[in-house]
Design a protein around this ligand. Structure first.
Ligand SMILES: Cc1ncc(C[n+]2csc(CCOP(=O)(O)OP(=O)(O)O)c2C)c(N)n1
Ligand code: SF4
Ligand SMILES: [Mg+2]
Length: 268
């Protein structure tokens, strides 16, 4: 094709103006994400940024970043963030929320962070009914430190510290955090979502939206688990991880709401 024709083809006339249907969320910074291709963390970040924008609460929101692959969450989210030591995000969020009860406070934590080293902080914050939103990224391994076994590693799953597969007779069964905390009176909303397909991304977005909205009611902890891909440590291509989530993760970690508020609980 000659240059003149090419230019004609690439020129948008007034009649042909495009409708903008997707753009970078306003509250994601321009910083290049360091996540591996196919990692679920980036999708989860995007959803938080979108929801905070939709609710118009960016100046009232404070997030607590974990130690783990998402340690730089404060660089990616254009939201006030506080870094916490590994596992301590729920305790830090408790302090922030108690001092500034009008803020929307959330934690963002991996499974090593929340369900291993930080399990005491998690259980006690939830049991106290701290009025915070906990976003829990379950990728079944310690991603950042090269894929050691986490409390959520599936039975038989190979990791760097369970090279023959998780043997549940000596290593115990994986912890189902949603089911563990839902019976506690302090929890208000508990749900498990995923980000490996477009439909699930939409459902996860709705859950995050609810989690932030419910915080204004002051009736307890909202807990959103997100099943997330870790292609690098699962030693899979991003496409293979989608299959793994469908066939192996979801049967053990069923998606959906585990505890939802009753209609009367939604009144101020
Ligand atoms: C007090 C403390 N103990 C251990 C570590 C080492 N460490 C860093 S990240 C990590 C695990 C992260 O796994 P996870 O929370 O599941 O996050 P992911 O990287 O999978 O998103 C560990 C054990 C640390 N930084 N600080
Ligand atoms: S190691 Fe896993 S969790 Fe960490 S950035 Fe890579 S894919 Fe994501
Ligand atoms: Mg993890």
């Amino acid at each position: 094709m000659n240059e003149e024709k090419l230019e004609q083809q690439n020129t948008v006339t007034e009649e042909e103006e495009f409708e903008l249907i997707y753009e970078r969320p306003v509250h994601l910074t321009e910083t290049r994400l360091h996540y591996c291709p196919g990692c679920g963390h980036s999708t989860a970040h995007k959803l938080i940024a979108e929801v905070v924008h939709e609710l118009g609460i960016v100046t009232k929101t404070i997030g607590v970043a974990p130690v783990g692959c998402a340690v730089f969450a404060y660089d990616y989210l254009n939201i006030d963030m506080q870094e916490a030591a590994h596992g301590r995000a729920c305790a830090v969020a408790t302090g922030i929320k108690r001092v500034m009860p009008d803020k929307y406070v959330f934690t963002y934590q991996g499974d090593g962070d929340l369900a291993a080293i930080g399990i005491a902080e998690t259980i006690h914050a939830v049991n106290r009914g701290e009025n915070i939103l906990i976003i829990f990224i379950n990728n079944a391994v310690y991603g950042m430190t090269s894929g050691q076994m986490a409390p959520t590693t599936l039975p038989g799953m190979k990791t760097t510290t369970s090279p023959y597969g998780r043997d549940t007779s000596s290593m115990g069964m994986p912890l189902k955090m949603c089911e563990l905390i839902a019976p506690l009176k302090g929890t208000f909303y508990v749900t498990r979502q995923a980000v490996h397909t477009a439909t699930n991304v939409r459902k996860a977005r709705k859950a995050i939206l609810n989690g932030f909205k419910y915080q204004t009611l002051g009736k307890g902890t909202c807990f959103i688990e997100i099943i997330s891909n870790c292609p690098s440590n699962w030693k899979m291509t991003p496409v293979q991880t989608i299959d793994f989530i469908e066939k192996d993760m979801i049967p053990y970690y069923p998606l959906g709401d585990v505890k939802v508020p009753k209609p009367e609980d939604l009144k101020q």
